[in-house]
Design a protein around this ligand. Sequence first.
Ligand SMILES: *[C@@H]1O[C@H](CO)[C@@H](O)[C@H](O)[C@H]1NC(C)=O
Ligand SMILES: *[C@@H]1O[C@H](CO)[C@@H](O)[C@H](O)[C@H]1NC(C)=O
Length: 325
Amino acid sequence: MPMPLYGVVNSPCRSHCRAAATLLVSVSLLCSCFAIAMPSVVVTVDQSGKGDHRRIQDAIDAAPANDSSRTVIRIKPGVYRRKVVVDKPYVTLTGTSATSTVIAWNESWVSDESPTVSVLASDFVAKRLTFQNTFGDSAPAVAVRVAGDRAAFYGCRFVSFQDTLLDETGRHYYRGCYVQGATDFIFGNGRALFDKCHLHSTSPDGAGGAFTAQQRSSESEETGYSFVGCKLTGLGAGTSILGRPWGPYSRVVFALTYMSSTVRPQGWDDWGDPSNQRTAFYGQYQCYGDGSKTDGRVAWSHDLTQAEAAPFITKAWVDGQQWLR
Ligand SMILES: *[C@@H]1O[C@H](CO)[C@@H](O)[C@H](O)[C@H]1NC(C)=O
Ligand SMILES: *[C@@H]1O[C@H](CO)[C@@H](O)[C@H](O)[C@H]1NC(C)=O
């Protein structure tokens, strides 16, 4: 039985559930001990030259390629206008505060090399950083592409217009993050849990933006996006839908989430292909706010029961009990 992540999950914890919780706590304590035993190297990046490196990429390039010791890269406040590619596992990037530590680039999405930041290796962690693509509203422009397994983001901001966050492949966890864009701004075929995040749509009135475009392409893929305890806002009433299927088996769930009136009553659309209605899985569970009402939703979306929502609303959705601390 998955353990509730939040106090707000109103299911009374029965004794077998408590036993499971105790077990999980002991397992995670064990994991923390291993983690502490693992050496980690801390380096600083400072554009003024007072750190170990001036550029973030130089710090990544200097990290060991192939072992499981973690390299923690502390980034001093500033706007770092360079692309960053994380091609080694166990890299942590830490800013001072997300608003003061910004990684920015200006390039539309023309190739895999276009995003401001590309995470290609596993076990990546980012804290208190802003990832931005300043290209603007004339074409898709990716701020971060996450293509490594077991990536976690804490207190980060992702800012662009179209296609901001390419959550492409692997298991990912976002906590306390802010994601901004006008359409399809969280997209790709990852398996991700967004925990207490704020999604802000900048879709103009009438443009019909979509918060998500998840890409799951077959029933056998274990991918999908789950949003728990999040907040959805936008520029006006009815500017955006919750999602549309980039792949036919697209899967997205919103649980315990505030939706402002920016969310259209219909909630979802089939992206012009009615056959997607049979294969996509879109649901919501105990959401609130003017945009959350389910009576106007497309008939093929789901108002989930507690049992149906359960697999999506804990860290188990991304196997977090194995790798999140
Ligand atoms: C990394 O490890 C693999 C397998 O252990 C090895 O084949 C490869 O050469 C190593 N690469 C580097 C850069 O050390
Ligand atoms: C981004 O680049 C384009 C040209 O590729 C340019 O027209 C635009 O002004 C740039 N935007 C910013 C914010 O630098």
